[in-house]
Design a protein around this ligand. Structure first.
Ligand code: FNR
Length: 341
């Protein structure tokens, strides 16, 4: 059943990318243009450091898949693209491996194809501390992602209905594993209150995982016989809103969810992200064009991000936070409602 679900997710997520209107709340963030702000390209670095983690680039392939034959092949290609471009990569949820260790290879391929890259394991918040350690061990992972996805579970026909233990379990896992723990949403966003709670639980990084791209309420609704949860489509806060909300939280944040192009990466970095991830868009490129198309896309994004930093006068990704940024539309109302200046 898990293998079938993993294949469904890939199919429905790729379809969603093909149908997506293209608009999201990153469009309500713009840079003030300063015509003489530019610097020299050789002076620009893409390297980023946060929570003791150093990445050569501030872009990563976020959690997707593993657990079935088909998704093992996808992970192989994702790992090759990560290796060829130096982009960090996360595994999909490894619960399938805990239930059936015979699918280990569909996850460990991420490390086998990418021996020197930055690889993140991924588990849910009900995993035992032992299983968290097994996941990290299988991938020789550099960090561990724990996903929190109450909306997805609620709409998923076979989903979890008990969430009260999650915070306590996250705390136990964070205390048990040696690598940094990153807690991530899957496209509904982390509020600043949640980020503050995560810090108290010993979590090192929050991946805000906001609305605007892959919508797991829609995906899971598409897997229900009656598709009767349509009113939850579009639930949550956008990634841009989450970034503004989390400003002032004393936890490094990553941004993902609805990142469409290098300008969205620059916008997210300017709003305080230490790194920016994407999933559905990269999956679509891989399925439609193969691994060479994904390598080309990642290389183009990195090249254009460096070009944008050059134009905006940002020697490092963190320097983008010093750029003048304007907020428009609903994003401004969100800030007013949440008391953000
Ligand atoms: C995901 N995502 C995800 N996240 C997670 O933590 N564990 C998982 O197993 C999965 N599985 C998964 C499968 C597929 C096919 C997709 C497209 C995505 C969620 C993902 O990491 C990310 O948070 C969301 O997809 C939002 O980012 P995008 O797709 O808008 O860039």
């Amino acid at each position: 059943m898990i293998a079938q679900r993993k294949d469904d997710h890939v199919r429905l997520a790729a379809d969603q990318q093909r149908e997506h209107s293209g608009h999201n709340q990153f469009d309500e963030v713009s840079f003030v243009h300063h015509a003489l702000a530019g610097i020299d390209r050789p002076d620009v670095s893409l390297a980023t450091t946060f929570a003791g983690i150093s990445w050569p680039v501030p872009l990563y392939i976020n959690a997707m898949t593993g657990g079935s034959e088909n998704t093992g092949l996808i992970n192989r290609d994702l790992a090759i693209a990560a290796r060829e471009t130096g982009v960090p990569i996360a595994s999909g949820s490894m619960s399938a491996y805990f239930k059936d260790p015979s699918c280990a290879g569909t996850f460990s391929v991420l490390r086998e194809e990418n021996p020197d890259g930055f690889v993140m394991a991924n588990i849910n918040a009900t995993a035992s501390a032992d299983n968290a350690q097994r996941a990290v061990g299988l991938l020789r992972a550099d960090a561990l992602q724990i996903h929190v996805n109450t909306v997805q579970e609620t709409v998923m026909p076979e989903g979890d209905r008990s969430f009260a233990s999650w915070a306590g379990q996250i705390e136990k896992i964070a205390a048990a594993v040696e690598v940094p723990v990153i807690v991530k949403e899957v496209g509904f966003g982390l509020s600043r209150e949640t980020v503050a709670t995560l810090k108290n639980l010993g979590v090192r990084v929050a991946d805000l995982g906001g609305r605007g791209g892959t919508d797991f309420a829609r995906i899971e609704n598409g897997r229900r016989q009656l598709a009767d949860y349509a009113y939850l489509h579009g639930w949550g806060q956008s990634t841009a809103a989450c970034l503004l909300d989390a400003q002032g939280c004393l936890l490094p944040v990553l941004a993902s969810g609805g990142v469409r192009n290098p300008l969205d990466v620059a916008r997210a970095l300017a709003l305080g992200a230490a790194g920016v991830g994407a999933s559905g868009g990269f999956l679509r490129t891989l399925l439609d064009g193969g691994v060479s198309a994904l390598i080309a896309q990642l290389a183009t994004w990195l090249d254009q991000l460096a070009a944008l930093q050059t134009m905006l006068g940002a020697r490092t990704p963190a320097d983008l936070t010093r750029c003048d940024v304007l907020l428009h539309g609903d994003l401004r109302s969100f800030c007013a409602d949440r008391g953000i200046d």
